[in-house]
Ligand binder design. Structure first.
Ligand SMILES: Nc1ncnc2c1ncn2[C@@H]1O[C@H](COP(=O)(O)OP(=O)(O)OP(=O)(O)O)[C@@H](O)[C@H]1O
Ligand SMILES: [Mg+2]
Length: 269
């Protein structure tokens, strides 16, 4: 399998050579079509990793390449979604979905001509995530979970080959979060884009990922990578399997050691 993302021996320091070293000796490969999860203690450099891959930041040392090309600026083939859905409040759901197409080429120059076609595509996506009836609503008329569904659609509207998700479901209640795991898994299985998912939720990581990468405390690097060999589509039943629980437990223990915390304080999910 060819890797789409290749992070080789990367260091990143904020504020120059004497500044905060966020990651050091970071190595990570993500295969074409793979869904990986990145977990690690707070402040270990996960969001920094995302910014390095999308070209928002340049490494202080080492190299980052995507699709065989060194990343030297913001990438167009990427879709992104974050913890906060960050929809524009003055635009409807449909208006928000159109935004990337108004900005990113080759869509931008065709936008006014092909708007109807783009809207049809957006409608299809919205239906897939259960928002078919809500294209004319404004973000403030949607629940948090619905906003996050719309944000996922916006990240996918320009058919990116790489989807970057930085704790996209963290602000949601447990039930909505689990619903959105299935929504994401279904779209990913249908469209087979490569995905990097940063999460603090270890069940989420195991539920969704082909491989879970664990980062050390800052300066972050990948200290363990676990393949998740559970069949797809994974369901809530999958999450009750002993091997699911065992992997979650193993990841929790790795992160506990990185945080330097006592074992008895780590029972919370
Ligand atoms: N713009 C910045 N300027 C200076 N330091 C920064 C900046 N962004 C992040 N850092 C520092 O770099 C380190 C890594 O930050 P990063 O946001 O990548 O961590 P994270 O793993 O995403 O954390 P969390 O799990 O809390 O989201 C932290 O110590 C943070 O304080
Ligand atoms: Mg972060």
């Amino acid at each position: 399998m060819t890797s789409l993302v290749d992070i080789a021996d990367v260091s990143l320091s904020y504020g120059g050579a004497d500044g905060t070293l966020a990651v050091r000796g970071l190595n990570l490969q993500v295969n074409q079509g793979e869904m990986v999860a990145v977990v690690g203690p707070s402040g270990c450099g996960k969001s920094s990793l995302m910014k390095l891959v999308t070209g928002l930041l340049r490494p202080t040392a080492g190299s980052v390449s995507v699709a065989g090309k060194a990343v030297d600026g913001p990438l167009k083939i990427v879709g992104m979604a974050f913890q906060n859905a960050s929809l524009l409040p003055w635009r409807t759901t449909m208006g928000n979905l159109m935004l990337p197409l108004e900005i990113v080429e080759p869509y931008r120059s065709r936008f006014s001509r092909d708007k109807a076609e783009f809207e049809a595509e957006a409608r299809k996506l919205l239906t897939t995530v259960g928002l078919g009836e809500f294209e004319r609503r404004f973000p403030w008329q949607l629940s948090g979970g619905m906003q996050q569904r719309a944000s996922l659609c916006r990240a996918l509207i320009h058919k990116p080959s790489l989807l970057m998700l930085d704790e996209p479901f963290a602000a949601l209640d447990a039930f909505t979060r689990e619903e959105l795991w299935d929504v994401l898994q279904a779209i990913w299985m249908e469209r087979s884009f490569t995905t990097i998912l940063v999460t603090h939720d270890l069940r989420e990581a195991v539920y969704l990922a082909d491989t879970v990468h664990v980062m050390s405390a800052r300066p972050g690097r990948v200290i363990a990578s676990h393949k998740v060999n559970l069949p797809r589509p994974r369901t809530l039943e999958t999450s009750f399997l002993p091997e699911f629980g065992a992997l979650v437990q193993e990841l929790r223990e790795l992160i506990r050691i990185q945080r330097g915390g006592p074992a008895e304080m780590e029972h919370a999910a």
